[in-house]
Design a protein around this ligand. Structure first.
Ligand SMILES: Nc1ncnc2c1ncn2[C@@H]1O[C@H](COP(=O)(O)OP(=O)(O)OP(=O)(O)O)[C@@H](O)[C@H]1O
Ligand SMILES: [Mg+2]
Length: 281
């Protein structure tokens, strides 16, 4: 069984802001530092994420993406620097930050003993949304889990758990969503389904910060992309801006733009971003 205290931390009641309040960037990160004992993971991270945008945070394994997301989600304290989410300081005002966000972690946080429907209803009750059962049914339908909704999650495939996990994070429609590797382990169809959901969220004004190892995912979804490397953001911009960092290759009359993967590898160096398995050309 999952721990109720942790669940309340992850899924507190959502409060949407008053329409008349001034609009700060959804996420503002300044000089964030974090070490685990001698391991200096984040060495002064700066990043602004505009409201309603999709921001992809890329980085090799161990670059510190999850560490940064956990700091923004108030699950971990930074050693230095400041960060605000939805206008609230993560260190000074963690409760207000939690009311503004949801986090889908790198590893699915669903309860195995419960059914998919029960998991969703439980979170809907924690977040104090109206009509939790109707909301749960709607999300099961939207994520292709309607048939499996009354089965225990213990019987779900990895992809089904992932989809349920993302569905849970949408309950209460928080203005800022963190997705830490949302499509890892999903089949191509399920990935596209998740992409469509993320795009719909951003179109509806939700801010999405996602980490991913799939560079095509960042290319497809992100308004802006940042690369975290050796403790700092070494480059950030739109895909078009990142592409200008490499000269475009031309073959006869056909201009070929470098892929984001090529830009990434040229900047980051020798480490393969795709689980260390893929060979790059
Ligand atoms: N609780 C912890 N204690 C000690 N070291 C940690 C802890 N959490 C993370 N680290 C280390 O900090 C570094 C950054 O880890 P983090 O999980 O933030 O990276 P990541 O970019 O999310 O990697 P991945 O792509 O593999 O998910 C790694 O070297 C990791 O081993
Ligand atoms: Mg990670």
């Amino acid at each position: 069984m999952l721990d109720l205290g942790l669940l309340l931390t992850l899924y507190p009641p959502v409060k949407r802001e008053d329409m008349n309040t001034p609009v700060p960037p959804a996420i503002r990160i300044k000089g964030i530092e974090k070490s685990y004992k001698d391991l200096h993971v984040l060495k002064g991270v700066d990043l602004d994420v505009a409201r309603g945008s999709i921001y992809a945070l890329l980085g090799s394994n161990g670059a510190g993406k999850t560490t940064l997301v956990r700091i923004l989600a108030t699950l971990l304290k930074a050693d230095g620097g400041t960060a605000t989410v939805n206008g609230f300081d993560v260190a000074a005002d963690p409760a207000r930050v939690r009311e503004s966000i949801s986090l889908t972690g790198q590893f699915a946080a669903v309860d195995e003993i419960l059914t998919g429907h029960e998991n969703l209803v439980m979170i809907a009750r924690l977040r104090q949304v109206k009509e939790p059962k109707r909301i749960a049914d709607g999300l099961l339908e939207r994520f292709g889990l309607a048939d499996a909704g009354r089965r225990r999650v213990a019987t779900y495939s990895g992809g089904m758990r992932r989809r349920l996990d993302i569905a849970m994070s949408l309950i209460g429609e928080p203005p800022v969503i963190f997705l830490d590797e949302p499509t890892t382990g999903l089949d191509p169809e399920a990935r596209i389904e998740v992409w469509n959901v993320v795009q719909d969220l951003a179109d509806g004004g939700t801010t999405v910060l996602l980490t991913t190892q799939y560079l095509d995912e960042a290319e497809k979804l992100a308004d802006r992309i940042a690369i975290l490397h050796q403790g700092t953001i070494i480059v950030d911009g739109t895909l078009a801006e990142l592409r200008t960092l490499l000269p475009s290759a031309t073959v006869e009359y056909v201009e070929r733009q470098p892929t984001l993967e090529e830009v990434f590898l040229a900047i980051v160096g020798d480490k393969s971003p795709a689980n260390g398995k893929e060979e790059t050309r």
